[in-house]
Design a protein. Structure first.
Length: 85
């Protein structure tokens, strides 16, 4: 596994090649201090959909130094009408 900028670029290049047509729609972006949080809707080929949260910590130069994420498949039916987004 490659880390750093090269690893970040390689990961997204690999995902684009393996899953052509995958889309990610950013629904919300929040920033506080040196953290940025993205709330995203991922639409994968063959109809799979996920809600995701990505959390980034930035250094003083604005470069990503840490990343965490959580992912949840969208339920076919919801117990309420609020939705995931």
């Amino acid at each position: 596994m490659v880390s750093g900028k090269e690893g970040f670029i390689a990961y997204f290049g690999k995902m684009a090649a393996e899953y052509p047509g995958k889309r990610v729609e950013v629904k919300r972006a929040l920033a506080e201090g040196n953290h940025v949080v993205l709330h995203c809707h991922q639409i994968w080929p063959e109809g799979l959909e996920y809600a995701g949260i990505d959390i980034f910590r930035l250094d003083e130069a604005g470069k990503i130094v840490e990343h965490w994420d959580v992912l949840q498949e969208l339920p076919e039916h919801s117990a309420h009408e609020n939705g995931m987004f």
